[in-house]
Design a binder for this molecule. Structure first.
Ligand code: NAP
Length: 638
């Protein structure tokens, strides 16, 4: 078992400086240190008062843990002693807590009750029990993976570990997927980077919320570290995939006319990959430059220009503050406002001292990540359930959601103090979390700038000189930036996918009604597995990489079973998928995202939530932990 945080012992630089360690501990996240102390020393006193931290407020890291200064000093000194003893060769007293013991430690670190199911999930994530990893016997089961983004890279790593021969077909010239393509100014994650990392590939991130170049470098590093490039065909766009029932194989055709035949086809094309350019009249008449955020031109210079940004979602949130100081005049066209939360460390770099702790203090990195996982993943999920008796059903869905509304509204009012005009335009009238929550990248401060104007209109028309809002406001612009989102309901589009009997996936799903068992597998499409499929985007928070790890583990498990049992095809039973979709839709019917007060990209024009997951992450982890062959019609034979 490899421990994140054992680097010092591994590199032999142990004991190289108590002073350095003591200094670094001043910057430690104390709630993450207390379970470390228990693990290193085995002493139960660290589980009791006065060493129990307070809970985090909101998404706050709660570095101080609410400890009195003398208690904080005692914890730090005890960690310095314990680390020195560890480096001198004393093994950790509790090296791999699981079950109830781990639950107790999680509860300690989180500062609040933590159900046992999280211990099961995190025992794997933290490396306290090995994640299931099976190896296939020699087999003719081979795979094609479409896409080398977050999920495709992971699938290639896991299939290689399982001994399944495969090739990755990637339309771009490098790995990264959405991170490769989205080069707009300000692009970055809004999930903390220590959580938006693979559980088995940590990094000392330079900031709490990594910017695009660092995320892209991280994905390059993992690809290089696992020798993936030789199995990736770059510059290879898939246009068609056809299933042949007799051989039980898929033929995947590429834009350059090549064919790849494999038994398994894994789609890792992402849900936010195909830019959506709205059909606004007059598009071709504009005399200046117009482009989508995800297709940012290398040669565009916005200095001193009049720029109009259409949209106010996650991409606009990042690009608008990033370009405001450069442009001459900036007009933001906001059809509807989004709820925006502050985050104390959103802009903060991560000090070298923290990197030292991550590398040198055993288990610290894992506890820090486990706390992020608690704060950013499922914690908010219960508050997104509709309370049928709630007396203000327009503005919120229950009392906690209403309290969130008050907190976020106060934040808007404080950021826009003295600008009641902007406050009126910025407070949404629908419940918080109804659209994807955004983290404030300086949005409100940017709106206050002299050279920035917020127009609360949809775009009616693009004109030769700019655009016109649907209330008639004319906006002159040299450059129009479309921050208008992605085709989120057309999974795998525009690839032509045909399953058994030549049935088109696009016909089964239509334009906007994709469904799949676990978001992974579709009746009529044997041996086809999706990552980031329907109903698996996280609307309530958390890291998609966690979901990708669940999906790839499930798919690998099933593929290894096929190899072991000599199965030609596996195809999910229609009734299994029906039952899953029924439960999925029923769960959504009780949740916030069906609220009529807003539009969002989670649901389709008929009101069915297609994109997001109604479950807690821990539920999905359990559902996908291993594949149940009884869910599948299997055809034997190679
Ligand atoms: P989005 O959330 O779908 O936002 C699109 C924006 O364009 C909305 O404000 C929408 O208005 C507006 N719009 C669309 N068509 C329009 C029209 N015809 N006229 C006027 N306005 C129009 O797209 P996004 O900002 O690219 O984000 C998509 C998703 O990508 C995010 O939710 C997130 O999951 C991911 N993302 C993440 C990050 C990050 O991690 N930091 C960054 C970027 C994107 P309405 O709201 O009124 O529909």
């Amino acid at each position: 078992m490899s421990f994140l945080g054992d680097a010092v012992r591994a590199t032999g630089s142990a004991g190289s400086g108590r002073v350095e360690l003591v200094e670094a501990l001043e910057q430690a996240n104390l709630p993450s240190l207390v379970p470390v102390l228990h693990q290193l020393t085995g002493e139960d006193r660290w589980l009791r008062e006065p060493y129990r931290p307070t809970r985090s407020r909101g998404m706050d890291d709660n570095d101080s843990g609410g400890f009195a200064p003398e208690v904080a000093a005692e914890i730090r000194a005890a960690v310095a002693d314990a680390v020195e003893q560890y480096e001198a060769g004393r093994p950790p007293a509790v090296p791999a807590p699981t079950g109830e013991r781990l639950r107790e430690l999680l509860e300690l670190a989180n500062g609040e009750p933590t159900p046992i199911e999280y211990a099961d999930m995190l025992a794997e994530d933290m490396g306290f029990v090995p994640a299931p990893a099976r190896t296939a016997p020699p087999t003719d089961v081979t795979a094609v993976i479409i896409g080398a983004g977050v999920s495709g890279v992971l699938a290639a790593i896991r299939l290689a570990e399982a001994g399944i021969e495969h090739v990755v077909l990637e339309k771009n010239d490098d790995v990264g997927g959405g991170w490769y393509e989205n080069t707009y100014p300000g692009a970055g994650v809004d999930t903390p980077s220590h959580l938006y990392s693979y559980s088995f590939f940590p990094r000392n991130w330079s900031t709490h919320f990594g910017k695009r170049d660092e995320v892209q470098q991280y994905l390059r590093d993992i690809a290089d570290g696992h020798g993936l490039r030789e199995r990736i065909e770059f510059g290879t766009e898939v246009v068609e995939a056809l299933h042949d029932e007799e051989s039980g194989s898929w033929t995947t055709r590429t834009a350059d006319g090549r064919e790849f035949v494999s038994r398994i086809l894994i789609s890792a094309t992402g849900a936010l990959n195909r830019p959506r350019v709205p059909p606004i009249p007059g598009f071709d008449t504009f005399a200046g430059r117009i482009f989508h955020t995800a297709q940012w031109p290398d040669d565009v210079d916005l200095t001193g220009k009049r720029v109009a940004v259409v949209g106010a979602g996650a991409s606009a949130m990042q690009v608008v503050p990033a370009v405001a100081a450069t442009v001459g005049r900036l007009t933001v066209l906001q059809r509807s406002p989004q709820w925006i939360a502050p985050n104390d460390v959103y802009f903060a770099p991560i000090d070298r001292a923290v990197h030292l702790l991550m590398d040198r203090v055993p288990f610290y990195r894992r506890w820090y990540r486990a706390r992020l996982s608690w704060n950013f993943n499922d914690r908010v999920h219960p508050s997104l359930q509709v309370d049928p008796g709630w007396e203000h059903p327009q503005r919120s869905v229950n009392a906690v959601n209403d309290a969130h509304r008050r907190v976020f509204t106060r934040y808007i009012e404080s950021e826009l103090e003295g600008r009641p005009d902007l406050v009126a335009k910025s407070v949404p009238d629908y419940p918080p979390f109804g659209k994807r929550m955004l983290l404030d990248n300086g949005w409100y401060r940017t709106l206050r700038r002299e050279n920035v104007e917020l127009v609360t209109e949809s775009v009616a028309e693009i004109t030769p000189t700019g655009l016109r809002g649907d209330d008639g406001t004319e906006v002159d612009a040299d450059v129009i930036i479309l921050a208008t989102g992605f085709h989120t309901h057309r999974y795998l589009w525009p690839i032509e996918v045909r399953g058994r009997d030549g049935v088109r996936l696009a016909d089964v799903w239509g334009d906007q009604d994709a469904r799949a068992h676990l978001g992974i597998t579709v009746p009529g499409f044997p041996n086809l597995f999706l990552t980031c499929g329907p109903g698996t985007v996280l609307g309530h928070g958390g890291s998609f990489i966690t979901i990708a790890e669940c999906q790839v583990r499930y798919i690998t498990d099933l593929v290894v079973t096929m190899a072991e049992k000599g199965l030609r095809t596996v195809e999910v039973w229609p009734e299994v998928e029906d039952d899953y979709t029924r439960r999925h839709d029923e769960a959504h019917a009780r949740m916030l995202w069906t609220h009529p007060g807003m539009t969002n990209w989670y649901r389709n024009a008929d009101g069915r939530v297609v994109s997001t997951m109604p479950w807690r992450i821990v539920d999905y982890w359990r559902m996908t932990h291993e594949a149940d062959l009884a869910d599948y019609r299997v055809v034997p034979g190679s």
